[in-house]
Write a protein that binds this ligand. Structure first.
Ligand SMILES: [Zn+2]
Ligand SMILES: [Zn+2]
Length: 327
């Protein structure tokens, strides 16, 4: 197999070749058809997540076709198209797993971080953590649903019954969440980097009633805001725009420090919460919703060998929508 591998933190990925991996018990091997590029991949490459141990093959929005089954795999079959998300494995026995909160498992494995990822022509995944995708839809259009979509969905659920919803950072996740939120009858307000008219225009085409800079006030107070941009200074800005009892949801796996702010921004039962990882239930809930809501993703396709370019373009905000690698 061929892969784009992180061999040292902060260095560009290197093209590596190795024999195809063999699936262990309860694992499947996939031919990768497409793999999305997520901001979390940048955090892995930059060593911003704890204990990144190269060599690592990033990539956790994998669409692939099963070409080998490990021992004990019964629910999946050869030739089936499946998706592999960020949550790669959980222990099943810690207090969180037993309470149905496997996203908070004490001993998890994550795809493209502590398990091999999808910036490759082949990969292996724990069969219990893959989602059957059926044959409807393009590989490249489905890939962004597997993290941007799933984490976006979990954040949207966490935002609660918020009819006026602000989205800070209009990238891969927001462009999917905006469509689902609109389909649910919510009103979407998009906040981008000040002056980023391309992103604001993109948000309007996806149904945002208002799009502006993160330093601007929307025309009406928000019931909730979801922060997809990894910038802690957005937290007080967003708190200032939510109504009494409103909520600010931090969706990223990593965020720069939150500056101190006056208590009056939190007063009146405003809340700041975070979203961590996903559960398999989120996938079972979200993937059918994405289909029913007619979510259309905007994949920007790169060949696998151009993974570094895709990461760099994501870092610099050079495209709208979601970057996807195709081997
Ligand atoms: Zn656990
Ligand atoms: Zn991700």
């Amino acid at each position: 197999m061929r892969a784009m591998t992180l061999t040292a933190i902060g260095r560009p990925l290197v093209e590596t070749r190795s024999p195809d991996p063999e699936p262990g018990p309860y694992e499947v091997r996939l031919r990768v058809l497409a793999c999305g590029v997520c901001r979390t991949d940048l955090h892995v490459v930059d060593g911003e997540l704890p204990a990144v141990r190269p060599p690592v093959i990033p990539g956790h929005e994998i669409v692939g076709r099963i070409d080998a089954l490990g021992e004990g795999v019964e629910e999946l079959e050869l030739g089936q198209r499946v998706g592999v998300p960020w949550l790669g494995h959980v222990c099943g026995c810690c207090a969180y797993c037993r309470a149905g909160r496997e996203n908070l498992c004490d001993a998890p494995l994550f795809t493209g971080y502590t398990r091999p990822g999808g910036f490759a022509t082949a990969t292996v995944a724990d069969a219990r953590f893959v989602f059957p995708l059926g044959e409807e839809g393009e590989d490249t259009a489905l890939a962004p649903l597997l993290c941007a979509g799933l984490i976006g969905w979990r954040s949207l659920v966490r935002a609660g019954n918020a009819w006026r919803l602000g989205l800070y950072g209009f990238g891969a996740a927001a462009h999917i969440v905006a469509q689902v939120a609109r389909w649910q009858g919510r009103t979407v307000y998009a906040f981008t980097r000040p002056g980023d008219e391309a992103a604001q225009g993109f948000a309007r085409t996806l149904g945002a009633v208002w799009a502006g800079g993160s330093d601007q006030a929307p025309p009406a107070p928000l019931d909730a805001a979801i922060l997809f941009a990894p910038a802690g200074d957005l937290v007080p800005l967003a708190l200032a725009q939510v109504r009494k009892g409103g909520r600010v949801v931090c969706a990223g796996v990593h965020m720069s420090d939150i500056p101190s702010f006056p208590y009056s921004l939190l007063w009146e039962e405003r809340e700041v919460v975070s979203v961590a990882n996903l559960t398999r239930r989120d996938g079972d809930d979200f993937l059918p919703v994405a289909r029913r809501a007619g979510v259309v993703t905007a994949p920007v396709v790169y060949p696998l060998a151009a993974a570094n370019q895709a990461l760099d373009d994501l870092r610099r905000g050079r495209f709208q929508g979601a970057a996807v690698l195709v081997p």
